[in-house]
Structure formats: structure tokens, C-alpha cells
Design a protein around this ligand. Structure first.
Ligand SMILES: *Cc1c(COP(=O)(O)O)cnc(C)c1O
Length: 241
């Protein structure tokens, strides 16, 4: 794939990016305080998918420490371009074909989208003796089995499998995308129940990855610890194909 240069770097887009980031962080803090939570408990991941690698450099220079990507070829290419960029944690948030597991493990520091035994096995087999990989178990909150994620009724069993068979994966919590058809608050309640189920297996798997540009306040109210925010910070994504 080709990565086009980020035309905003060093131009009038730079201040715009910083302003959007500061505005969003203020809204996150407000939402946390309204929910009686401490904003410092929250990790804000900036989703940079479809944008050029130079955007990540600009974000890093603004102090961003967590970025999110959703396609294997793209995260691999961007990490290759940014080998000298220190201090950024790369989160993989997209669906993963099992045959891409090795490449995802090589490129990601955290994987949010573990949703089946075979994928967990492949991520583990990619580096069984390596540094532990932090993972979330992705839960499907829709009725469409084609969407990413394990059914809520199956997440405890998946946690048991990963805990028993994938020693190089460290289950940190659960992840979901709210369905478009549902009120986000109701969906995030179901994710909270899935989190309880996973913690019956792995008591310290307390992370909850939920909340995007349009629903982060509801996610924070429902206990999210990791927010995945794209367009509210980056503006519209470039066209992709
Ligand atoms: C793209 C994406 C996001 C960010 O969405 P925005 O609406 O741009 O904030 C979050 N999570 C996942 C899984 C995504 O694919």
C-alpha cells in the first residue's frame, strides 16, 4: 500500500490538531467527572487508520502515547516507516485473519480484537516465549455474527482457553464497538457484564476498551478504561480502498 504524506505536518493543520486534541481531552475529563470517575484512570488512544504515518509523528510531538490501527498491512507499513519513533504504544483494534496473526503480533504492542480460540492460538504461536502480549477479548454486542467479536455468552469460555493454552498472551480485559442500532448505554451495560465474566477467570483483567468519537461519554459512564477516538481528533479520514 502507499502512504501519502501528511500535508498538515508543520503547516496550519498542526495547531488544528493540537486544538482538537485539547478539546477532546477536556470533553473526556468532563465526562469522567460527571460519571464520578478520575480522568487519570482513562487511556485515550488516537485512532490513526487510513491517515499517513506522518500524522503519528505529529501526534507524538503533541504528547500522544497511544495510537490505534485496524489493518495489518497498514500497521506493519507505518511501524516500518517510524522505526525511530520512541514512546508510542501501538494498539491493534481491527478484525484479524488468523493467517495475519504473526504479522500483527510483530507490529502491535496491544491487541484489542482477540475473538476466537484459533486466533489466540496463532498469536501465541507467533512468539510463544516472547514478552507477554497484552490482549483484550472482543465481544460482539450485535445480533450479526459477521461482526467481529465473540458472543457475550462465549466470552468466559474464550478467556478460559486463552488463560490455559496461550501463556504468552496476557488477558487485560474486554473490548467492543457499540452497535449502530442500539442505544450505546444499553450496549455498554452488556459489555460490563462480559467484563465480570472474564474477571471470574482472570481477576485482574479490569480493562474495558469502549467508546469512540460519538459515544465516549456513555462508555466512560459504563466503566470504560480505554477510549478509541479517531475522527474527533484527526478530522475525517482520507478515502481508502
Ligand atoms: C475506526 C475505529 C474507531 C474510531 O472511530 P471514530 O468514530 O473515528 O472515533 C474506534 N474503534 C474501532 C474498532 C475502529 O475501527
Amino acid at each position: 500500500m502507499t502512504l501519502r504524506p501528511w500535508t498538515g505536518s508543520g503547516t496550519d493543520q498542526g495547531p488544528v490538531l493540537g486544538t482538537r486534541l485539547a478539546d477532546l481531552d477536556a470533553r473526556i475529563s468532563d465526562a469522567a467527572r460527571s460519571a464520578g470517575r478520575d480522568p487519570s484512570e482513562l487511556t485515550r488512544i488516537v485512532v490513526t487508520k487510513f491517515h499517513p504515518a506522518a500524522l503519528i509523528e505529529d501526534l507524538a510531538s503533541l504528547g500522544v502515547r497511544d495510537v490505534g490501527e485496524s489493518r495489518q498491512q497498514e500497521i506493519t507499513a507505518k511501524r516500518g516507516e517510524l522505526v525511530d519513533l520512541d514512546g508510542v504504544r501501538w494498539h491493534f483494534i481491527g478484525q484479524i485473519q488468523t493467517k495475519k496473526a504473526r504479522a500483527v503480533r510483530a507490529a502491535a504492542d496491544v491487541v484489542h480484537s482477540v475473538d476466537r480460540d484459533r486466533l489466540a492460538d496463532a498469536l501465541h504461536a507467533a512468539d510463544p516465549g516472547g514478552a507477554p502480549l497484552d490482549v483484550f477479548l472482543q465481544v460482539n454486542l450485535t445480533d450479526d455474527p459477521g461482526r467481529g467479536g465473540v458472543a457475550p455468552t462465549e466470552v468466559e469460555r474464550l478467556a478460559e482457553h486463552v488463560a490455559a493454552a496461550c501463556a504468552s498472551l496476557r488477558i487485560r480485559g474486554v473490548m467492543a464497538v457499540a452497535p449502530l442500532t442500539d442505544a450505546p448505554a444499553a450496549a455498554f451495560e452488556r459489555l460490563s457484564a462480559a467484563s465480570d465474566a472474564v474477571r471470574r477467570v482472570v481477576p485482574d483483567a479490569t480493562w474495558i476498551s469502549a467508546g469512540m468519537s460519538g459515544d465516549f461519554a456513555e462508555a466512560i459512564a459504563a466503566g470504560a478504561t480505554h477510549l478509541r477516538i479517531g475522527t474527533a481528533i484527526t478530522g475525517p479520514r482520507p478515502l481508502h480502498g
